[in-house]
Structures are given as structure tokens and as C-alpha cells.
Design a protein around this ligand. Structure first.
Ligand code: OGA
Ligand code: MN
Length: 216
């Protein structure tokens, strides 16, 4: 008898999940090797004093709001090997989302985020008032050996009811969370250990009347 191998075509893609729920979670999206290389890159820059307290909002509206979040961040520049490999994977995802969902995603920006033990980021949306150009948010987790009891979950809430949690994500190295920036309220619960992620955003081009959309 012929040995027929079935290829599962029924597994939902990130695009399917986004269209249906507004969010998607993939464990093991990034290899342990890439996570370790990104973590090393972040640590080297941290040692050089490059991480800064995170702000809320863009440009002049930006201010440090330690009551809302208390992580420290650094934009990825993509010059080193690990951020370059990460950017290549995100570029593949951008093309897939544009192909499947016609989102017109134009570019990607991302930063390392380091949460101290007890750190947090209270419930928020990732879109900014007056600059509705962050369309899809991504969060990649880098800390190896993360256990459920280490806390630091990312909690996603229902798009129409921000009191209704729909998913609690363990920030385990290799996991990728993807969600609609303007639709999905979310928060970071306090971790017991230092927690490292890369938060990123696919943006559409919001340039108007000859004014080039500022990158951030
Ligand atoms: C953010 C954010 C989530 C996380 O930086 O906007 O929501 O799990 N981060 O790090
Ligand atoms: Mn966010």
C-alpha cells in the first residue's frame, strides 16, 4: 500500500489568527541561537549605558511616565548580525501579512525592552493619538529558562471590552506575540526576574501633503 503523508493545511497562520481574533501567539518562532545572540547584543549595549527609560507618546509629547511603565529601551539599528537576522524574519512576516491581509505595512521599527524584577507596563494600546500609523504590534521574548511562576505575562484584552482578558502569554524565549496595535489593549504584569523582549511595530506610511512621516 502506498504510504501517503498528509501535509496539514488546516493550521491557522498568523494572518488567519489576526483576521479572526486580532492577535496571534507562536512559541518557538525564533531559534534559541538567535535569542541568545540578540540577548548578547542587548547586554553589550546595556553595559555601554545605551538603554534609556521608556517614554509614552511621540516626539515632543514624549515624557517619562514611571507610573505607566518602568522598562528601559533601545531602538534596534540592525547593524550587528543578530538584529539583522531578526529584521530579516520580520520582513518575511511583513510581506506575508501584506499578501494575506492587504494591510499595506510599510516599515518596521523595534526596540529592546528590559523590565526589572517588579517592572510593569499598565494596560494600553500601541497606537498614538494623532499618528494612527502603528498597525501591527509584535513582541519577541528573549530571556531563556523562563518559567510560568516567574510572572511577567503579557495579557491581551478583548478589543471591545478591555476588562475581559483573552490571552495570557508567558514571556518565554522564542515566543512571538502579534496583535493589532489600535485594537488590542494589553499590559505587562510584574516579573520576578529581569525580563527582556523586543517590542516592534509594523507601520503604514502616514506621510501627508509632502510632510514625510517621521520614523518615531
Ligand atoms: C510595548 C509592550 C509588551 C511586552 O512595549 O508596547 O506592550 O510583553 N510590550 O514586552
Ligand atoms: Mn504595547
Amino acid at each position: 500500500m502506498q504510504n501517503i503523508q498528509f501535509i496539514r493545511t488546516d493550521l491557522p497562520s498568523i494572518s488567519d489568527d489576526l483576521a479572526k481574533h486580532g492577535w496571534s501567539v507562536r512559541e518557538g518562532y525564533f531559534s534559541p541561537d538567535l535569542c541568545a545572540a540578540l540577548l548578547d547584543d542587548m547586554r553589550a549595549q546595556e553595559a555601554a549605558g545605551k538603554l534609556t527609560s521608556a517614554g509614552i507618546g511621540r516626539d515632543r509629547a514624549q515624557k517619562i511616565e514611571s507610573g505607566i511603565r518602568n522598562d528601559r529601551t533601545l531602538w534596534l539599528t540592525g547593524r550587528a548580525d543578530a538584529p539583522r537576522r531578526f529584521a530579516a524574519l520580520m520582513e518575511e512576516l511583513r510581506l506575508a501579512l501584506n499578501r494575506d491581509l492587504f494591510l499595506g505595512l510599510f516599515e518596521y521599527e523595534a526596540h529592546y525592552a528590559l523590565y526589572p524584577p517588579g517592572g510593569f507596563y499598565k494596560k494600553h494600546l500601541d497606537s498614538f493619538r494623532g499618528a494612527r500609523n502603528r498597525v501591527v504590534s509584535t513582541v519577541a521574548y528573549l530571556t531563556p529558562g523562563w518559567r510560568e511562576e516567574d510572572g511577567g505575562h503579557l495579557v491581551l484584552y478583548h478589543p471591545e471590552n478591555d476588562a475581559l482578558p483573552v490571552q495570557k502569554i508567558v514571556p518565554r524565549a522564542g515566543t512571538l506575540a502579534v496583535f493589532l496595535s489600535e485594537e488590542i489593549p494589553h499590559e505587562v504584569l510584574p516579573p520576578l526576574r529581569e525580563r527582556v523582549s523586543i517590542a516592534g511595530w509594523f507601520r503604514c506610511n502616514a506621510s501627508v501633503a509632502g510632510r514625510v512621516d517621521p520614523a518615531r
